[in-house]
Design a protein around this ligand. Sequence first.
Ligand SMILES: Cc1cc2nc3c(=O)[nH]c(=O)nc-3n(C[C@H](O)[C@H](O)[C@H](O)COP(=O)(O)OP(=O)(O)OC[C@H]3O[C@@H](n4cnc5c(N)ncnc54)[C@H](O)[C@@H]3O)c2cc1C
Length: 389
Amino acid sequence: MQAQDRVKPSNQKLPIGIVGGGIGGLTLAIALRQFELPVVVFERVKQIAPVGAGISLWPNATRVLHRLGLLKALRARAQEIRTVRLQTDDGTLLSQTRAPGTFEVPSMCIHRADLHQVLLQALPQSAVRMNQEVARFERQIDNVLVEFEQGNTLSLDALIGCDGLHSVVRSQVLGVRAPRYNGYAVWRAIARAHLPEHADGIGTESWGHGLRFGVFPLDESRVYWYACANEPMNSPDSPSSKERLLSLFSSWHPPIPGLIDATEEAAIIKHSTFDRPPAKTWGSGRITLLGDAAHPMTPNLGQGACSAIEDAFVLARKIMTSGDIALGLRAYEKERLQRTTQLVNQSRRMGNIGQWSHPLSIEIRNTLMRLMPDALGDLTQRKIFSYGK
Ligand SMILES: Cc1cc2nc3c(=O)[nH]c(=O)nc-3n(C[C@H](O)[C@H](O)[C@H](O)COP(=O)(O)OP(=O)(O)OC[C@H]3O[C@@H](n4cnc5c(N)ncnc54)[C@H](O)[C@@H]3O)c2cc1C
């Protein structure tokens, strides 16, 4: 953005409050500070623990992270992804896309804790207040009054709900509604392993009958993997997640059973897969939503965090170009609603197809995937990855 296009909001006296210090909230704080806007992030946990598995960041997100000056630090901790292969459960290639490696910025797989650390390090300590759980807010004439579970209150210039799938800000703006369960669980973990077949930035996803398994290298000695299986919501694993996954994937192609075997039970994280039907609005006045609070999506496109990162940059830019907080927030929503609605719907469709379990549907699906020219897959991905170019 050119300097002459910047119009610092004339009506801003107090900081902008960001609820949630996840990937979306921290990126937003960095973007707003880059435009010299005062911000404060409220995070409910006392300390951000170095947990979690891997996460893929595609060019639409790394483009923003580059603009925020973070790409070098991220690159030093991440594995670039250049090619993604789709395979069957016996390892037969169905299709491959090289789109991830063909942009001016890289695609990458990184440990979530590393991504969080890079984001946190880009902010002064005073910008992130831990152990501050937002309970509710109240709109006032020129500001927003926020109440915390800890008993304190604070006046802010605006409030951006970046508080994830079960957002309290969203509940107050759009009403309390349970998220939508998609019929399958996802397990994720990092295993100690070196996979020469994944050298040169190759990631794979293998599809079976109601089961999927993804493998992405993190570095020379660590591999991020995930698995999906159809099951009722919040089902417990018995006797353990590792045993369950070993029994589901024992006959799959290498390195899958070996990777599960090489993973410690404590490192396996399991989630039921939720999203929400796209909303038509995310706020009014000095309130809006961002990231999973606004448009939670299934993980099938690897775009949940990427789209939160896109949101953050657009929101900061819209505030700066409109010169008024409320107008800036509406301009942000206008730009982001269509894009994120498409991602939510596409991600859900892709998950549904990937989780098919009827043998005949799978035969047809796999034949079509094999016949589909790789260029078509490239084209679909390029459309998503080109955003903000
Ligand atoms: C299995 C799986 C794999 C995924 N893989 C990818 C991937 O490869 N690439 C990708 O781009 N995305 C991926 N995603 C999606 C991605 O994880 C999310 O979209 C992303 O983390 C959303 O970030 P967020 O900041 O909006 O929300 P969150 O990460 O949920 O952060 C919300 C924060 O708000 C805090 N909070 C909540 N309530 C309050 C409150 N009341 N007051 C204060 N703080 C509060 C929470 O403690 C948390 O820190 C995946 C998701 C899953 C489930």
